[in-house]
Design a protein around this ligand. Structure first.
Ligand code: NAD
Length: 343
């Protein structure tokens, strides 16, 4: 096989990439530490049945870099990292597997702290914690979703103030995609603030709840982009802002929780050209990592909400600078992050 790590487009001067294996448990994991200038790298542990090892490495590199940017913009004293475990989260999980991961993390001496992510749970992290203390998000109190939802809500308010010159969400229409852990909570807050909800999900139960509890109007999954809305709130999948959806979007603002919303970086500029204000995903959805970070460093719970609400100030700075410099908000957000972690 030809070497590809250092020349891969997703390799961005990562400080350290560890391939951890432990034959007895079957552990095969990649721990990518992108940057620790602001503090120990922190980012979740994903378990996924990748099509091949290269796909797993690319995911680890891409995600760990993303965590550096998210953590820096959120003003947290941590860097960016990520772990991927190669395996099927439905069939391949054992306590020994996660204990072996814990041992691998312990050998890194605290340069990287893990947490749950797609395919892993607080119960898995409890097994990791039997071998290392470099793990966050343990137990029921660790659910970060309500804080992610809060960040999205204050972020939407900031976007409305900036772009629509309104202090209230009363009467605004929000097209919300994905009523999961974050999306439903975000929808509830929007409704309480007087917004009207138009929602789509593949889960009929979630749609019923939204209809009865939040008076939401339901549309088919693929119609959510065409809704005559003020805000489009992607809270399900990545890459929903793409060449296909761009021309269909009627919303004036994009403010949602999903990771990696832009299918390609140039979409950020295309949104700007269409006059759509994009709240960069890694800025607006940082509420969860803020919560996890506070818990890990045992900082007072009472300060978490205040920190999450500062996402609104950060977004306002990004929006204002993007106007001044005639740049996409996505580019400005990257620069804000880089000025912090590269300083
Ligand atoms: P979740 O799995 O609880 O919810 C996702 C929802 O999207 C589900 O209700 C699912 O049925 C729905 N969905 C799936 N495919 C869909 C489709 N094609 N159209 C419409 N709906 C569809 O996930 P979550 O924890 O709520 O996270 C939502 C998004 O936010 C994800 O992209 C996640 O990576 C991101 N995010 C979450 C957090 C967090 O704290 N949970 C933090 C940062 C970012």
């Amino acid at each position: 096989m030809t070497a590809f790590v250092f020349s891969d487009i997703n390799y961005d001067a990562h400080e350290q990439v560890v391939f951890a294996s432990e034959p007895r448990s079957g552990l095969k994991a990649i721990i990518a530490i992108h940057n620790t200038h602001l503090g120990p790298a922190m980012g979740g542990c994903r378990m996924w049945e990748y099509v091949n090892e290269r796909a797993a490495l690319v995911d680890a590199l891409r995600l760990s870099r993303g965590m550096t940017y998210k953590n820096a913009v959120a003003g947290l004293p941590i860097g960016g990292g990520k772990t991927v475990i190669l395996g099927n989260p439905k069939t391949d999980k054992t306590p020994a597997l996660f204990e072996a991961l814990g041992e691998a993390l312990e050998r890194l001496g605290g340069r990287y702290v893990t947490a749950e992510d797609v395919g892993t749970s607080p119960a898995d992290m409890a097994h990791v914690a039997r071998r290392t203390s470099f793990v966050a998000g343990l137990g029921d109190s660790g659910d970060p979703s309500p804080f992610t939802a809060l960040g999205c809500f204050v972020g939407a308010q900031a976007a409305v103030r900036h772009h629509l010159k309104r202090d209230s969400l009363e009467g605004l229409i929000v097209a919300l995609q994905g009523l999961g852990h974050v999306g439903f909570d975000y929808a509830r807050r929007l409704r309480q603030a007087g917004a009207r909800l138009v929602v789509a999900d593949i889960d009929q139960g979630a749609l019923e709840r939204a209809r009865s509890e939040l008076s939401a109007e339901v549309v088919p999954v693929d119609s959510i982009y065409d809704v005559e809305a003020d805000i489009y709130a992607p809270c399900a999948l990545g890459a929903t802002l793409n060449e296909d959806t761009l021309g269909r979007l009627r919303a004036k603002i994009v403010a949602g929780a999903a990771n990696n919303q832009l299918a390609t970086p140039d979409i950020g500029d295309k949104l700007r050209q269409r006059g759509i204000l994009y709240a960069p995903d890694f800025v607006i959805n940082a509420g969860g990592i803020i919560k996890v970070c506070y818990e890990y460093f045992q900082k007072p719970d009472s300060e978490i909400e205040g920190h999450v609400c500062r996402i609104a100030d950060t977004l306002t700075e990004v929006f204002q600078r993007a106007d001044r410099e005639q740049l996409p908000t996505s580019v400005v957000a990257d620069r804000v992050a880089e000025s912090r972690f590269k300083a």
